[in-house]
Each structure stands twice: as C-alpha cells, then as structure tokens.
Design a protein around this ligand. Structure first.
Ligand code: XMP
Ligand code: MG
Length: 185
C-alpha cells in the first residue's frame, strides 16, 4: 500500500490497517455506551466525512446521522473561541437527543469545546466527542474527548478526510505533509 506517495507527503503516519483498528476501537466504545440510546451522530464537515462513513457502518444499533459545519475564530488563551456556523442544527433536531460529535482531529481543542457547549445550549440532552486523532501537545483549552482513536505527535497530517487547502482528503492513509508545502507559498 502507498508505494506511490504524492510528492507533498513526507511519510505515512497511520496506514490503512491502523486506521481500521482505530475506527473499530471507537465503535466498541460507542457500542458499549450508546446501544440503547439512539444517539444523534453529528459529523463535523468536512474533515469527518470519511471517518463518519466508516464508523457508522461499524455500529449495529439505531442511530441518526447529521452534519454541522463550523469555523472557529481565535484559539489563543485569551480568545473565547467563538464559532461561526456554516451549517447549524436547529433546536428541534437536538431536543432531548444524546449527541456524539464525530470529528477528524483535536488540535487546540477550541472547536470541540465550543461545539459541545453550543449543542448543549441548543437543547441536546448530552454531548460526547469521538475523534479519530488527538494531538495533545497542541492543546490550548481543556476539552473532554470521550472517544479517541489514536494519539499522534505534533505534525501536520492529511488524508482520511483531513486536508491541506482542501486537498488530500481522499488519501486512504494519514500522512505527514512536508513542511515546505505549508511554510512557503
Ligand atoms: P482546534 O479547534 O482543535 O481545531 O484547533 C481542530 C481543527 O483544526 C484542523 N486541524 C488539522 N487539519 N491536519 C489537518 O488537515 C492537521 O494536522 C490538523 N490539525 C488541526 C482540523 O480542521 C480540525 O477540525
Ligand atoms: Mg475539521
């Protein structure tokens, strides 16, 4: 697999088989906790689409799928980490539901912390977070991650939904982007 890496990719960090195992472990945790709760699985566009598609096919209990799209401003220690909504769930969709946010990666933590708070404020009964990747070295704010697929070092990664400038989401593995790609231009 991955004998021909695109020139922008330095190396494969997480090969396909390891991604599948990480998805399986997320599915096992969710099955343990949500099999009787008909959760509302909310994918954070766009990065989470590949994970969400793989994950829900490992869940053998009733669930609902929705999407949100947000942009986070700031992320500095002083910033409140405000969210701008591009696609926002309405209160009727969330009312009384047990929500699982599905996200590609936790970086500073700002997006997930704020997303959780806003979904609770809009009426969700509970909110948990499932991320494929966690980069704890980059954390700026405290955020609870109930389900983590893999912990990775502080490198900029693409593939399996993750992009650089909207590219590379289609790679079937997670790869490290060469520094020269994002440090120039
Ligand atoms: P926070 O708020 O946790 O934001 O800083 C998480 C969002 O930042 C993006 N992100 C990445 N995207 N490779 C990517 O392709 C990375 O290594 C990376 N680190 C953070 C991503 O959009 C995520 O939703
Ligand atoms: Mg994202």
């Amino acid at each position: 697999m991955a004998t021909n890496l695109p020139p922008e990719i330095e190396r494969v960090l997480v090969p396909e088989a390891q991604l599948a195992a990480a998805v399986e472990s997320l599915a096992a945790g969710l099955t343990r906790d949500y099999a009787d709760r008909h959760p509302l699985m909310i994918g954070a566009l766009t990065g989470a689409v590949v994970l969400l598609a793989d994950l829900v096919r490992r869940l053998e209990f009733p669930l609902t799928v929705e999407f949100v799209k947000v942009r986070s401003y700031g992320g500095s220690a002083e910033s409140s980490g405000e969210l701008a909504w591009d696609l926002e769930p309405d209160a009727a969709t969330l009312a009384g539901r047990h929500v699982v946010i599905v996200e590609d990666i936790a970086d500073t933590g700002v997006t997930l912390r704020e997303l959780r708070a806003q979904l609770l404020a809009k009426g969700a009964a509970s909110v948990a977070v499932a991320v494929l990747l966690d980069k704890p070295e980059r954390r700026k704010v405290d955020v609870q991650l109930e389900y983590v697929g893999l912990t990775i070092p502080d490198e900029f990664v693409v593939g399996y939904g993750l992009d650089f400038d909207q590219r590379f989401r289609n790679l079937p593995y997670v790869g490290v982007l060469r520094r020269a790609v994002y440090e120039t231009s």
